[in-house]
Design a protein around this ligand. Structure first.
Ligand SMILES: Nc1ncnc2c1ncn2[C@@H]1O[C@H](COP(=O)(O)OP(=O)(O)O)[C@@H](O)[C@H]1O
Ligand SMILES: [Mg+2]
Length: 241
């Protein structure tokens, strides 16, 4: 599935919040069909980077190209329309609606689709993320892990070419990890390119082709997982010099 076509290029991206530099000169490419992992300690700037790609924040410097589009200062809904969908680290469901109605809202958004067709699309997505048995439950009464899966389902309902995943496996039990791995692998086999932030190292090591590591907003390493895991700069960032 993976080829050499570049789908996304992030070039010299910086972002400040007041006096705090959240990202500085971040530069990397994502190839079509690739699964790219984003690693870094808490507060490194990973979520900010996804927010900048998704258009939620405008970067202070740098350029982001997606396909042939310069998306650097585009509003989120336009970027979404071009085929980039993301999940939120903190799930944002409609708490009073069932999972089915939550997903339906995403599936129907901006599309000329009959409700019946949407429901049948959603069945496949619920199946893929492992929520079929919970689809009639009110979102607000479910634990974080289910809501993370709902986040993923809602992002998939956008039919993205590029999916940005922010810690979808956080809160996962050991027993659930193989299921999450399968889901991600299946999404990839659908031809969807993925950028994934994940603290569960086992998930990251098993699904990504390449990893970019950021620390204090700066990119400190980039490479295949086995090389990243023994990179001294990465070890220092996690365990202190
Ligand atoms: N909207 C914001 N306003 C001010 N500071 C922010 C904002 N978003 C993130 N930050 C800060 O930017 C830094 C990077 O945060 P974040 O990207 O969430 O890190 P990570 O996802 O790697 O844990 C942190 O110091 C965080 O407090
Ligand atoms: Mg984060």
């Amino acid at each position: 599935m993976q080829n050499n076509e570049i789908l996304l290029s992030v070039n010299d991206v910086s972002k400040r919040f007041g006096g705090l530099t959240a990202l500085k000169g971040v530069t990397f490419n994502v190839k079509k069909g690739e699964v790219l992992g984003l690693m870094g300690p808490n507060g490194a700037g990973k979520t900010t980077l996804l927010n900048v790609i998704a258009g939620e924040y405008n970067p202070d410097t740098g350029k982001i190209m997606y396909k042939d589009h310069n998306i650097t200062n585009m509003p989120p809904h336009k970027i979404c329309h071009l085929g980039i969908a993301r999940t939120y680290q903190i799930p944002q469901p409609f708490v009073t609606l069932t999972l089915q109605d939550n997903l339906l809202a995403s599936t129907l958004y901006g599309r000329q689709l009959k409700k019946k067709e949407a429901i049948s699309e959603d069945e496949k997505i619920f199946d893929l993320v492992g929520l079929t048995e919970k689809k009639n439950i009110i979102a607000g009464s479910l634990p974080t892990l289910s809501l993370k899966k709902l986040e993923l389902a809602r992002a998939l309902a956008r039919k993205p070419d590029l999916l940005l995943l922010d810690e979808v496996a956080a809160g996962t039990t050991e027993k659930e990890i193989p299921k999450i791995l399968n889901t991600i692998k299946e999404i990839r086999s659908m031809g969807i390119t993925i950028i994934i932030i994940e603290h569960v190292i086992k998930v990251l090591m098993n699904v990504v082709d390449r990893i970019v590591v950021i620390d204090k907003g700066m990119q400190i390493a980039e490479g295949i997982p086995s090389a990243i895991m023994c990179d001294s700069k990465v070890i220092d960032a996690y365990f202190g010099a």
